[in-house]
Write a protein that binds this ligand. Structure first.
Ligand code: PEP
Ligand code: MG
Length: 320
């Protein structure tokens, strides 16, 4: 059993030294958004817009999309909502957009890549997001999944601008994006690391295969090095100006010990299932930024996921 007392979550992610780490929620529908707001999330760090598209045989119309996005925005008043554009393909096939005969769907036309194979769907989605944003108070940020190159990031930013969306960003889920994070984030306003896919692609271990669970673990030090590279790249991308914020929205952010490591690696915000918010907030309150950095270094220097986990847990006596 955990020895950490879990007070009602007050929406405040804060370290022992007062350093703020906004804690946001991952959301997959309007109802989910209402529940996350009630749970005290400071905003939405990942709106999975697939909820509007999955199980359909054709693209939902403009008005339907506007209403679906607006329901989420309205649940969060004037707070931040990060919308991820449609992530079809691989584990999320869509009959009108993805090709089920691809030999390796995880390495195929998925996420942002669908826009080259089937132009139009992404542009129409951005127009619907923009209209929903305009008619709500929320601070709407928009990001694309499965971005692999700075050129893709630049093109997505241009599409957002064309739609009238102010804050474009990218997900970092592919190792090439993490390695080139400075050049990539220079093209946009922010990045959010999807550790589920970043782990699968770094370790070449299918996220859907239970037999590969040991490899498919965000505690793998190789994955942690790529998270650090992304945070460092975002910090450097602003040059003398403001750094580009880098968050995490994969499942890793919901693991309290790993959340401490992520903060120590330079991650600015954490987005997670709303049920994980109280435990993550509680452990963050027990460490300073200096502690988190030192603990993150222990994880980076480990030779295995098990060793990283053991070294970090030994430094966090308030965990079970
Ligand atoms: C991820 O890959 O970590 C992520 C947040 O996106 P999804 O799980 O929806 O692929
Ligand atoms: Mg993903």
């Amino acid at each position: 059993a955990s020895r950490v007392e879990l007070p009602a979550f007050d929406g405040d992610g804060r370290l022992a030294d007062g350093h703020l780490v906004p804690l946001l929620s991952n959301v997959g529908s309007g109802e989910d958004a209402v529940a996350a707001a009630e749970a005290g999330a400071q905003g939405v760090g990942l709106l999975r817009t697939e909820f509007c598209f999955l199980g359909r045989d054709k693209e939902p119309g403009h008005d339907e999309q506007v209403a679906a996005y607006k329901a989420v925005f309205d649940a969060f008043g004037g707070r931040k909502v990060v919308v991820r554009t449609l992530d079809a393909g691989a584990d999320k096939p869509l009959p009108f957009l993805t090709d089920d005969s691809e030999p390796n769907p995880a390495l195929g036309v998925r996420g942002y890549r669908c826009d080259t194979a089937t132009p139009g769907v992404l542009g129409r989605q951005l127009a619907a997001i923009a209209e929903a944003a305009e008619s709500s108070e929320a601070d709407v940020w928009t990001m694309a999944p499965m971005i692999s190159t700075p050129a893709e990031a630049a093109r997505f930013a241009a599409m957002c601008a064309e739609a009238g969306l102010k804050t474009p960003g990218v997900m970092v889920e592919v190792p090439s994006a993490a390695v080139l994070a400075r050049q990539l984030t220079a093209e946009v306003d922010f990045a959010s690391i999807g550790t589920n896919d970043l782990t699968q692609y770094t370790m070449a271990a299918d996220r859907q295969l239970g037999a590969l669970a040991e490899l498919n673990d965000p505690w793998q030090p190789a994955v942690l090095h790529l998270i650090k590279a992304t945070a460092d790249g975002g910090a450097a991308a602003g040059g003398d100006g403001s750094p580009k914020p880098v968050g995490v929205c994969g499942e890793a952010a919901a693991d309290p010990a790993l959340a401490v490591v992520l903060v120590g690696l330079g991650v600015a915000t954490l987005s997670m299932n709303r049920r994980a918010l109280p435990a993550v907030a509680a452990i963050l309150k027990t460490v300073s930024m200096d502690d988190a950095r030192r603990i993150a270094t222990l994880a980076l220097e480990a030779g295995s996921a098990a060793e990283a986990k053991a070294h970090v847990r030994a430094e966090l006596p308030d965990l079970d």
